[in-house]
Design a protein around this ligand. Structure first.
Ligand code: CTP
Length: 475
């Protein structure tokens, strides 16, 4: 859909427009808006009629489709308030042509340009406008809208919407959904070229890019306002549909794209004095392999590692700690996250009063006795959180006997979602070795996995996480 410049219309059309605008007490631009809106609505009404809709009140069951199947791609389109909102109706059509299920949110400002009626008729689905929907039966709620989208497109993304997103506002349905989603978000900005070039908008764009938002456009060209030209036109619907397809394809290769994962790995060292410590035999191989597999699956991974000799996995932010208490503090700082995996072999106890100076032996002096105190349980602390609890909290259970029973006890007492249990008796060679034989213990039961390399265990675990997160989103 091309943008129009009133100046370029032919004289007789301009004259008629001028008369019409004067008669209605509107500016010529406003008159064009009204005309476009009427045209879009009458087209929508025809679509509605041909779709056999039986009811006409906005926001009701008019022309509603049945729920999509689990493998249908779900796109949530947020239409912001700008003249380019008209193009977004065409975008809905383009996405539906590609067999996508499209839900639409109209911001309050967008409703000055298009109505829920027209957007709803084209989407074949009720349109969402309010954060608090008085109509309880139809209230899907902003969290569900956020969760049930594979991708969110904001088109047009106005300067105001961008500013709100860059600052984490959530004072209407669109912004609340955008703040609550873990899905990738594609922004198609549209605004006056001066607004786009403004330092504040550019600051917001840079921040949004750094936060992981994807952009398409704006393009150069004529603006809807007379005589305006420059960078600010919304990308065309076909371009946006193409960008949607590309992002969706990328997320199929990267099933954890947009997810934050926090992983603990390795042993902890608990100081006895500045030169001595209590440790265990953990190498960190399994935790590090999980971090690498999660990063390869597109997740934003923070690995909190105790002292290990392994190289940092590629594409992972690594935070090095020594003791259990440092590990807990680093984990809490790394939250919020969608997924937390606790693979570290945390020392259960630390020395009560670790010496500030090296403990010296002296002829005839008594052998020192170490009093121990219990360390905080990092997994249990995070899993019991009521605020910012990750959606999936996964612990490990290193056992030398009664593996399943002990793992089930830990699942309960630590309130985690899954336990990856393994037998770490010395004869298994698992502690410090390259392979692992694990069982996945959850409320659903116990699943035995084959003996395999720690990298393969990591890949299987990540694939299972991706599958579970996708299913959770679709229920
Ligand atoms: N864990 C933790 N913080 C601790 C102790 C354990 O986060 N202070 C986590 C481990 O990372 C692992 C799970 O809890 O995910 C179970 O650890 P494990 O060493 O098997 O069990 P413990 O809780 O230490 O119990 P026990 O030593 O009695 O078997």
């Amino acid at each position: 859909m091309a943008s129009i410049t009133i100046r370029q219309l032919d004289e007789s059309l301009k004259q008629r427009l001028r008369l019409r605008a004067a008669r209605n007490g509107r500016s010529m631009e406003d008159e064009v808006r009204v005309l476009l809106r009427e045209a879009a609505e009458s087209e929508s009404a025809q679509i509605e009629k041909s779709a056999g809709a039986e009811e006409s009140s906005p926001g009701k069951s008019r022309g509603r489709r049945t729920e999509p199947s689990a493998d249908t791609t779900r796109v949530l389109l947020v239409i912001g308030g700008g003249i380019a909102a008209y193009k977004s109706l065409d975008l809905v059509r383009r996405l539906r042509e590609r067999h996508m299920y499209v839900r639409v949110i109209l911001t309050r400002a967008a409703q000055h340009f298009i109505t829920p009626l027209s957007a709803g008729a084209i989407a074949g689905e009720r349109v969402f406008t309010d954060l608090f929907d008085a109509d309880g039966e139809l209230d899907v709620g902003h969290i569900r809208l956020a969760r049930e989208a594979d991708l969110i497109v904001v088109a047009p993304a106005t300067a105001d919407l961008m500013a709100k997103l860059a600052n984490g506002h959530a004072d209407d349905l669109a912004t609340a959904v955008l703040l609550a989603t873990a899905a990738k978000v594609l922004l198609a900005p549209a605004m006056n070229p001066h607004m786009w070039a403004n330092k504040a908008t550019q600051r917001n764009r840079a921040r949004l890019e750094a936060d992981g938002f994807a952009f398409i456009g704006p393009n150069e060209g004529e603006m809807a306002e007379s005589g305006e030209r420059g960078k600010g036109r919304m990308a065309e619907p076909l371009e946006i549909a193409g960008a949607v397809e590309k992002l969706l394809a990328a997320s199929a290769d990267h099933p954890l794209a947009g997810k934050r994962v926090v992983i603990t790995s390795g042993p902890t060292h608990e100081p006895i004095d500045p030169v001595r410590y209590i440790a265990n035999r953990s190498s960190g191989k399994q935790g590090h392999a999980i971090a690498a597999a999660a990063a390869a699956a597109g997740a934003d991974v923070t690995l909190i590692s105790g002292p290990v000799t392994l190289p940092d996995p590629a594409g992972v932010s690594v935070i090095r700690v020594e003791s259990a208490r440092e590990m807990l503090a680093a984990v809490e700082k790394a939250l919020p996250a969608n997924i937390a995996i606790f693979a570290a072999a945390v020392a259960d106890w630390r020395v009560k009063d670790a010496g500030q100076q090296k403990i010296k032996k002296a002829p005839g002096a008594r052998t020192p006795e170490l009093a121990l105190v219990e360390n905080p349980d990092i997994l249990a602390t995070v899993a019991h959180r009521t605020r910012q609890r990750p959606t999936l909290v996964i612990g490990f259970a290193a056992e030398t006997q009664n593996v399943v029973a002990n793992a089930q006890k830990k699942l309960q007492s630590k309130a985690c979602d899954w336990i990856v249990a393994n037998d770490v008796s010395p004869q298994t060679g698992i502690m410090g070795g390259d392979s692992n034989t694990v069982m996945l213990v959850s409320a659903q039961g116990v699943e035995s996995w084959p003996p395999q390399s720690k990298e393969d265990v990591a890949r299987m675990l990540v694939a299972r996480i991706a599958q579970t997160i996708t299913e959770k989103k679709k229920t």
